[in-house]
Design a protein. Structure first.
Length: 684
């Protein structure tokens, strides 16, 4: 470290600890100090970011003090940062160009440092008294974001006896009230010496009369948020815990409800408000020093280079039989459930999703797909919901009986006489997956509240004087039982008691009926009884073992981030022809055959192209999307009788099977009047 000797009237009387911090900041963070010094507004609060791992390498003793004495040393760092920018301003290059700043706050980023150990990085539910007064890091989801207020952070008083001026800071434990000292803190007060004339001796001042100095009050921006630990890391039956976090100055208003955050700060406590017949306790509070949003980082999924090479090698091995490779991936989805090829394909396409695009008018067309499973009890619907939640890097699981419109969207709560919004399931799952089991158990009013969230991907709120719009870019995966005995002759809206507008928002609606097929029962029972046997030997079995749950999560995350497929001319013609044919023959499926179905076909085609590791939507992807939508129809325009999705199994030769399905679909599409020469078109 470059220990530069600094002597000036301003640095001669500062504590030794501040001197060492000053040397460190000038040596290692001069670039940030220059940018702060050259900023025009002197009243702003400026952050100075310090990596804790770098501080630990440069000065272990100083890093140790920051961790164990953050109350004292965080103030030292802020004071040293103000002095350091003055040193930068004295440089001949910047002399006269910068403006001196009074408010600089050092923010410690602990990522990549030993502070991410379990002891210093506990879950919110494991915060204990031993974590007080150390630099603590917590990870969670913001469920409540309060209003920005003004906070009195410092007030200066003068002793009337010795004229000593001293600052007084509010105490958080007593709800930010200021308590004056009982006697003057000054240790220097000169009194005449009785033994020697014209000589004074210094004694501690015992003054008790203080006066507030005018125009010395320092105010800060102040905001309270509440973070809750993620439900994905909790066990069954564990209630997620939450903690209050205080943001000040430059940290206010940088997060909103639904954001995933990692907060570093100092754990303290404050007295709970006085309520009748309620015991007054100390509530834990984290005073934030650094806040890091992890929404875009997705730091919980790490994809090494060797895994990406394995993905490429996998598709190179299945270059001649791509659908066989696709089925090998699909068999890794919910492996405890036998068969159900159509459902597993639908789950994969829903989680991967399509590409969001913006029209010329600025209207956004969503890329997320929605899936609804309608089936008899015991058909594995809840198993798919739970497995899909594990595959998604952000998910919320709820049930229809335990969900209200406020719990799904947003609720208004009153805290300290002020109304604020608390996020519900759809807002907390923003950018992820929201699984709703027992969809039919929800009240009709509660189901209507998710219409806007599914299509426009926003929630408009007007409660208790709070009018706002929250983002819900969420995949909705629902499961419901049919109303009584499923009647194939009736439309879906009659069989499920779900309204037509809600059904039209689901890209895929799969019906799983327990029809007591003897052949199917024999196959399933044989599979369950032989589940413990090891069947290895084929080369494809090695790849089947490769697609475990962590590998599937990485694959879905990778293809969503690296592929933005666009439609080819062939795919456009196939999708357009099918849509027109479906519109003509729609009688019972009127709720499903809307313009939304055309958008669903495009999304599903893009999702299948991503699943196949491609950047363009080909005819194969378009026809696969058609087959998925066909499974959602009560009566079909393509085939005379719809097969039960429950009895769909993986075929040994999927590529040959697809060739037959493609020929059947293209023959039906040729009957569209607008395309009489469809047979002669290139690629058909």
């Amino acid at each position: 470290m470059n220990k530069t000797a600094m002597s000036s009237p301003e640095t001669d009387n500062i504590p030794v600890e501040v001197t060492s911090i000053l040397d460190y900041l000038v040596a290692y963070h001069s670039d940030q100090l220059r940018s702060i010094a050259l900023s025009p507004d002197p009243k702003f609060h400026y952050p100075l970011f310090v990596e804790f791992a770098e501080l630990l390498d440069a000065d272990p003793a100083l890093a140790h003090n920051v961790y164990y004495k953050p109350d004292k040393y965080l103030r030292f760092f802020d004071y040293a940062a103000v002095l350091a920018q003055k040193e930068v301003l004295r440089d001949s290059i910047f002399h006269g160009k910068g403006v001196e700043k009074k408010f600089i706050h050092v923010r410690f980023n602990v990522s990549g440092s030993p502070l991410e150990s379990p002891e210093a990085f506990p879950s919110i539910g494991r915060v204990r008294v031993k974590h007080r007064k150390i630099l603590l890091t917590l990870k969670g989801t913001v469920i409540r974001s309060g209003a920005v207020k003004m906070y009195e952070g410092e007030r200066t008083y003068i002793c009337k006896k010795c004229k000593h001026m001293f600052p007084v800071h509010p105490e958080l434990e007593t709800r930010n009230s200021i308590t004056l000292p009982s006697i003057c803190p000054s240790q220097v007060y000169y009194v005449p010496c009785s033994r020697v004339s014209n000589f004074q001796r210094s004694v501690p001042c015992q003054g008790t009369n203080f006066q507030n100095v005018a125009n010395t009050t320092v105010c800060h921006d102040y905001q309270e948020i509440k973070i809750q630990e993620s439900t994905q890391v909790l066990g069954v039956g564990v209630i997620p815990r939450s903690i209050l976090v205080i943001l000040m100055d430059d940290l206010v208003d940088i997060v909103k409800a639904g954001d995933d955050v990692i907060v570093t700060g100092v754990l303290t406590a404050k007295w709970s408000p006085d309520l009748k017949d309620v015991r007054c306790d100390l509530d834990p509070v984290l005073i934030a020093n650094h806040v890091r949003r992890t929404n875009e980082l997705k730091s919980d999924i790490d994809i090494p280079i060797d895994i990406i090479l394995k993905f490429n090698q996998f598709w190179a091995d299945f270059k001649d039989t791509p659908l066989k490779g696709r089925n090998a991936i699909l068999q890794g989805i919910c492996p405890q459930v036998f068969g159900l090829f159509t459902v597993k394909l639908a789950v994969a396409l829903t989680l991967i999703g399509g590409v969001q695009h913006v029209d010329a008018s600025g209207t956004k067309v969503r890329g997320e797909s929605h899936l609804l499973l309608v089936g008899d009890p015991g058909t594995g619907k809840s198993q798919f919901l739970k497995f899909a939640a594990k595959l998604s890097n952000r998910s919320v699981i709820t049930t229809g009986l335990g969900s209200t419109s406020a719990g799904l969207t947003v609720t208004a709560v009153k805290d300290g006489g002020e109304w604020m919004l608390e996020a519900g399931a759809l807002v907390l799952a923003d950018g992820g997956l929201c699984c709703i089991d027992e969809f039919d158990s929800m009240r009709e009013h509660d189901r209507a509240t998710i219409h806007e969230a599914m299509e426009q991907q926003t929630i408009s709120v007007a409660k208790a004087g709070l009018v706002t719009t929250l983002s819900t870019r969420t995949i909705v995966f629902g499961a419901t039982n049919p109303k009584g005995h499923y009647d194939p002759d009736q439309p879906l809206s009659v069989n499920t008691t779900l309204s037509g507008p809600l059904l039209s928002r689901f890209d895929i609606v799969l019906v799983l009926l327990d029809t007591k097929n003897p052949e199917w029962d024999a196959v399933v029972s044989s599979h369950i009884l032989a589940e413990g046997e090891n069947k290895r030997g084929e080369p494809d079995e090695d790849w089947a073992q490769f697609w475990s749950l962590p590998m599937l999560r990485r694959y879905i995350h990778y293809v969503k981030g690296h592929f933005k497929p666009s439609l080819t001319k062939e795919a456009e013609k196939v999708i357009s022809s099918y849509y027109q044919l479906q519109r003509r023959s729609a009688m019972q499926n009127a709720a499903r055959t809307t313009v939304r179905m055309l958008e669903s076909l495009i999304r599903l085609g893009q999702a299948h192209a991503r699943l196949m590791f491609r950047n363009e939507v080909t005819k194969l992807d378009a026809i696969t999307a058609i087959l998925c939508v066909e499974s959602s129809m009560t009566t079909s325009a393509i085939v005379d009788s719809i097969g039960n999705a429950l009895h769909s199994n993986f075929t040994e030769k999927p590529d040959q099977e697809y060739a037959k399905q493609e020929q059947l679909i293209l023959e039906k599409l040729r009957s569209v009047d607008e395309f009489p020469d469809l047979n002669s078109m290139e690629g058909f």
